[in-house]
Ligand binder design. Structure first.
Ligand code: F6P
Length: 326
C-alpha cells in the first residue's frame, strides 16, 4: 500500500451541526500524526472547481461551537457520472491528496464508496446528518442537536396548543427515517409520532383516534416525519378537518431550523472522537469504511453496510411513547 502523506477532507449533502467539530478533529489529528491536510470546498464539487486549501491548525480555530460547515456543502451532480469521477480523481492526484475523509449522509457515502472502488483510493466516511439514518452507528453527527431543537420548538408549541385546546401536527425532518420524529416526541412529551417505518398498510390516524389519543386530553401534539410514505403533516391536518371536524387543528413545519444552531456537547464530543478515529483508521491502513460509535466504542462499518442496510427503529421506543402518552 502506498504511503499516505496528505488527506483531503470535505463535507457533503445536507449540513449538520457538529460538522465543523469533525473538520477540526480530522485536521488536527492529521497534523498531530505528521500528515498534511487539505480542505475541499463545497463537497465533491471542490474537486471539479479546484477549490482546495491546505489547512494548518489555525484554519480550524474557533469553529467547534459553530453550526453549518466552514467547508460549505453541496449535492454534486457531476460526481454521479464515471467521467465526472475521473476528473475528480485527476484533481486529487494533481493536489497530491492520497486519502479522503467524507463527512456526510447516505448519498455522500454512496459517492465515496463508488469513488474508492473505481480508483483504489482510501476513503473514510464520517456519519454527518441530522437524520440518524446510517446503519452501524448509534448516532450521527448533528442528530442530537436537531433533536434538542425539535424539543425546544415543541415545548413552545405546547404552550399555545394547551391554551387553545388544539391538536397540532408538527412536521420534522428525517427524509425517510423516523428517528427525529419518534425520539423528538418522547423528549417533548408529545402524544404520538407518525413515522415511515410503521406498517404502511395501517392507517396511522385511525389508529391514533381508535386508541383514544384525545380521550383524556384537550390538546395534543403529534410529530410527523416528513416523507412520501407518511404524506407529511398537512396531509393529516386536512384529513382531520374533513373526518373529525370537532377538532381544532393546526400545523407547524419546523423545516431547516432543525439543521442549524450550535452543536450540543454530545455532538461536539461525537464529532471530535469520530474525526480523530478517521485519521487513526487511515494510519492503520483501513479503507472504505464509515467510522461509527456503538456502545460508546469506535467501530469501522463497511460502506456497503452503512448505506444499504436499513437502520431499525427500536420497538421499545415506540412502546415508551405509547405508554407515556396515556
Ligand atoms: O438529509 C438531511 C435533510 O435535512 C433531510 O432531513 C431532508 O429531507 C433534506 O435534508 C432536505 O434537503 P434540502 O436542504 O436539500 O432541502
Amino acid at each position: 500500500m502506498s504511503k499516505i502523506n496528505c488527506v483531503g477532507v470535505l463535507t457533503s449533502g445536507g449540513d449538520a451541526p457538529g460538522m465543523n467539530a469533525a473538520i477540526r478533529a480530522v485536521t488536527r489529528s492529521a497534523i498531530y500524526n505528521g500528515l498534511r491536510v487539505k480542505g475541499i470546498y463545497r463537497g465533491y464539487r471542490g474537486l471539479f472547481t479546484n477549490e482546495i486549501v491546505e489547512f494548518n491548525s489555525q484554519n480550524v480555530s474557533n469553529i467547534i461551537q459553530q453550526g453549518g460547515t466552514i467547508l460549505k456543502t453541496a449535492r454534486c451532480q457531476e460526481f454521479t457520472t464515471p467521467e465526472g469521477r475521473k476528473i475528480a480523481h485527476d484533481t486529487m492526484k494533481q493536489q497530491e491528496i492520497d486519502a479522503l475523509v467524507v463527512i456526510g449522509g447516505d448519498g455522500s457515502l454512496t459517492g465515496a464508496r463508488i469513488f474508492a472502488q473505481e480508483f483504489d483510493i482510501p476513503c473514510i466516511g464520517l456519519p454527518g446528518t441530522i437524520d440518524n439514518d446510517l446503519y452501524g452507528t448509534d448516532s450521527t453527527i448533528g442528530y442530537d442537536t436537531a433533536m434538542n431543537t425539535i424539543m425546544e420548538a415543541v415545548d413552545k408549541i405546547r404552550d399555545t396548543a394547551t391554551s387553545h385546546d388544539r391538536l397540532f401536527f408538527v412536521e420534522v425532518m428525517g427524509r425517510d427515517a423516523g428517528f427525529l420524529a419518534l425520539n423528538g416526541a418522547i423528549a417533548s412529551g408529545a402524544e404520538a409520532a407518525i413515522i415511515p417505518e410503521f406498517d404502511t398498510k395501517v392507517d396511522q390516524l385511525e389508529e391514533l383516534i381508535k386508541n383514544g389519543f384525545r380521550k383524556t386530553k384537550n390538546s395534543s401534539i403529534v410529530l410527523v416525519a416528513e416523507s412520501e410514505i407518511t404524506g407529511g403533516a398537512m396531509h393529516y391536518a386536512e384529513r382531520v378537518k374533513n373526518e373529525y371536524p370537532q377538532y381544532d387543528v393546526r400545523v407547524t413545519i419546523l423545516g431547516h431550523i432543525q439543521r442549524g444552531g450550535n452543536p450540543t456537547a454530545y455532538d461536539r464530543i461525537l464529532a471530535s472522537r469520530l474525526g480523530a478515529a478517521a485519521i487513526d483508521a487511515i494510519m492503520d491502513d483501513q479503507r472504505n469504511v464509515m467510522i461509527g460509535i456503538e456502545h460508546d466504542e469506535i467501530v469501522y462499518v463497511p460502506f456497503s453496510k452503512a448505506i444499504k442496510k436499513d437502520k431499525p427503529i427500536k420497538q421499545g421506543l415506540i412502546n415508551v411513547l405509547k405508554t407515556l402518552s396515556i
